[in-house]
Design a protein around this ligand. Structure first.
Ligand SMILES: Cc1ncc(C[n+]2csc(CCOP(=O)(O)OP(=O)(O)O)c2C)c(N)n1
Ligand code: SF4
Ligand SMILES: [Mg+2]
Length: 282
C-alpha cells in the first residue's frame, strides 16, 4: 500500500495536482506553509486565509484546506482587517502576490502595518504580474524589459520588507524559495507574532518572467537566489554599488508594541465603564 504524505491532510487533495506551471515557486511556498502550520500544531479550523487574485493566491485558495476568503485583486488585507476585528482569536493569514499586496493593495499594506493589526502577511515576490502574462510590477527591477515596458522598466523597484518596517510592522523578514528552512522559521515566527507580521518571499515565475521577460529556467532562478542572496548583517557594511543585484535576506525587525484590536478593546472597555458611571449618576 502506498503511504500518504503526512502533510497531504493540509491540502484539498481532491483538486490536486495544482495548476502551478512546472518550476513555479508557488508549490514551494505551499509546502513550507503546510510545514509551518503542522510544526506549530495549529488547528486549520482556527485559520482564516485571505487572498486576492493572482497565481500566488492559489496557495491559500483553493489548495490550503482552511476557511478562505478569495476576494478582489488588491483587497486581501482590507478584508483580513475586518475578519481580525470581528474574530480576534482566529489566525488571519494573507498570502498573495507582489502585484496584489504591493501594487493595487499597497495602501492597505502600509496602513495595516501602521495600525499593527495582528495579521500574518506573506507576499510572494516574483517581480511580475504572473497570472496576466508578465506586465511590469512595482517589484520589477529597473531596466528589465517586460511586456508593458519593452524598452526596459524605467521605475526603481520597491523594497517591500523595508517598506513594512518603515510603516510599523512588528515583524518583517525576507527570504527566497531557495532558503526554505529560514523561510519556515520566519513563517512560524510571523504566525506567532502578536501584531502585524510580514514575510516577503522572493520566488520564481519561470513562465511569465522567465520566458517572456528574461529567459531563465526554474533551476537558474534558484541558483541565482543562492548566489546573489546576502544576509542583512553582512549587507549593512557594504556600499550601494556592491549591493546592486543582490537580494538582502534576513529578519529586518522583531519588536513588540500594542496590537490594534487590543487597543480597540481597551478603548471600548474604558468607554463602557464611563457609560456605566454616568448611568449610575455618580
Ligand atoms: C481590480 C483588478 N485589476 C486588475 C485585475 C487583473 N489582474 C488579475 S491578477 C493580476 C496581477 C497578478 O500579479 P501578482 O499579484 O503579482 O500575482 P502573481 O500572478 O504574480 O502571483 C492582475 C493585474 C483584476 N483581476 N482586478
Ligand atoms: S505564470 Fe508564473 S507565477 Fe503563474 S503559475 Fe506559472 S510560473 Fe507560477
Ligand atoms: Mg507577482
Amino acid at each position: 500500500m502506498i503511504k500518504k504524505h503526512p502533510l497531504l491532510k493540509h491540502l484539498r487533495e481532491e483538486i490536486l495536482p495544482t495548476v502551478f506551471c512546472q518550476g513555479c515557486g508557488g508549490g514551494t511556498v505551499l509546502n513550507v506553509y503546510a510545514h509551518a502550520i503542522e510544526e506549530l500544531k495549529i488547528n486549520p479550523a482556527d485559520i482564516v486565509s485571505v487572498t486576492g487574485i493572482g497565481c500566488s493566491s492559489w496557495i491559500p485558495s483553493p489548495y490550503y484546506k482552511a476557511d478562505t476568503l478569495h476576494v478582489l485583486h488588491g483587497r486581501a488585507i482590507a478584508f483580513a482587517t475586518g475578519v481580525k476585528i470581528m474574530k480576534p482569536k482566529m489566525k488571519v493569514i494573507v498570502i498573495a502576490g507582489d502585484g496584489d499586496i504591493g501594487a493595487i493593495g499597497g495602501n492597505h499594506l502600509i496602513h495595516a502595518a501602521r495600525r499593527n493589526i495582528d495579521l500574518s502577511v506573506f507576499l510572494i515576490n516574483n517581480s511580475i504580474y504572473g497570472m496576466t502574462g508578465g506586465q511590469v510590477a512595482p517589484s520589477t527591477p529597473q531596466g528589465v524589459p517586460t511586456i508593458t515596458t519593452p524598452y526596459g522598466n524605467p521605475e526603481p523597484n520597491f523594497d517591500f520588507a523595508q517598506l513594512a518596517v518603515a510603516a510599523g510592522a512588528s515583524y518583517a523578514a525576507r527570504w527566497t524559495t531557495y532558503h526554505v528552512f529560514n523561510l519556515l522559521k520566519s513563517m512560524k515566527k510571523a504566525i506567532q507574532t502578536e501584531g502585524f507580521s510580514f514575510v516577503e518571499i522572493v520566488s520564481q515565475c519561470p513562465v511569465s518572467y522567465g520566458k517572456f521577460v528574461e529567459k531563465r529556467t526554474a533551476t537558474a532562478f534558484l541558483k541565482s537566489y543562492k548566489e546573489n542572496a546576502i544576509h542583512l548583517n553582512k549587507a549593512t557594511s557594504m556600499n550601494k554599488e556592491d549591493l546592486k543585484d543582490r537580494i538582502i535576506i534576513g529578519e529586518f525587525v522583531d519588536l513588540k508594541r500594542e496590537e490594534y484590536t487590543s487597543a480597540l478593546r481597551r478603548i471600548n472597555e474604558k468607554r463602557l465603564q464611563e457609560l456605566e458611571f454616568e448611568r449610575k449618576g455618580c
